[in-house]
Design a binder for this molecule. Structure first.
Ligand code: MN
Length: 285
């Protein structure tokens, strides 16, 4: 099932070029008071929500997909975890291009470890990316995003996919420079998630998906998740050795070669096989 958040926090199911408004399915979510449980409430209860959607969607009002504003399908992640340099050809380009690597040695993923992107940087495709520090390079990174479904710590690879709820497209936008990744990749709007989440039953193997991105119709990055150095299971094992993973946590699994700069007015179109396609506008903040 493809589930989106659209317009003013409406819940939708995407079927072809239509969105069915199934916001009423949210009535299965528990009522809360302070302190709120950690993690995203929708994702923590996704099985119940999907069951309710299946009961009510036949009566839901369809809207043209092109007429809605798509928001981040995860509203309240406890964290956004990034995988650094997780494709060999991206390591090679970062080693060669001083604008990317800043002349510093490129650490492998096992040596560098994961990094965190601020939750306040999270937006959906309709929000667009608002560039800051425009005197510096601001690059796109297209990635397969993994949405964690349940709490887990020290998760072994063999069980890792049991902890996944869904997949989406992630854009790990980046200001190039000397600061730590968690600074340069956490600017407001520098984490784009969309266009919707695809429940994991539709993607039995996340480690063989084509992904690509165009900027103003020019192909910039084009690869396949089979070239991940740490595949999705190993990312989950590695990251959960540091952090307890919670429902709604977002893993951006790393970007292939071809990262490049964007500027005010650009249109990015990103696609991941079996997930979908999203259009994201770039503007100056
Ligand atoms: Mn990245």
């Amino acid at each position: 099932m493809k589930i989106c958040r659209f317009d003013n926090d409406r819940l939708g199911v995407v079927e072809g070029d239509r969105v069915l408004d199934v916001t009423a399915a949210l009535d299965v979510l528990p009522k809360l008071s302070w302190p709120l449980p950690q993690g995203d409430l929708l994702i923590a209860n996704l099985d119940k929500v999907v069951a309710r959607i299946n009961e009510i969607k036949h009566a839901a009002t369809p809207k043209p997909l092109a007429s809605v504003k798509l928001k981040s399908p995860v509203a309240n992640p406890s964290k956004i975890i990034g995988a650094p340099v997780n494709y060999q050809l991206h390591i090679d380009e970062a080693t060669k291009d001083k604008g990317l690597g800043q002349g510093k040695p490129i650490l492998t993923i096992d040596a560098a470890g994961p990094f965190l992107k601020a939750n306040s940087s999270l937006v959906g495709p309709s929000d667009g990316v608002a560039l800051r520090f425009t005197d510096r390079r601001n690059d796109h990174e297209v990635e397969l995003a993994v949405i964690i479904g349940k709490r887990g710590s020290a998760i072994p690879q063999e069980k890792a996919l049991d902890y996944v709820a869904a997949y989406a497209i992630g854009l790990d936008m980046t200001v190039r420079g000397g600061e730590d990744r968690s600074v340069r990749k956490s600017v407001d709007s520098y984490s784009v998630l969309g266009p919707w989440l695809v429940t994991k039953d539709e993607i039995p193997n996340p480690n063989n998906l084509d992904l690509w991105i165009t900027v103003n119709n020019e192909t910039r990055q084009k690869s396949n998740t089979k070239y991940l150095i740490y595949d999705i299971e190993r990312c989950i094992e590695f990251f959960s050795s540091f952090y307890t993973l919670l429902p709604g946590d977002i893993i951006m699994s790393g970007t292939p070669e071809g990262v490049g700069p964007v500027k005010n007015g650009d249109l990015m179109i990103a696609e991941v096989e079996k997930v979908g396609r999203m259009e994201v506008r770039v503007r100056n903040a």
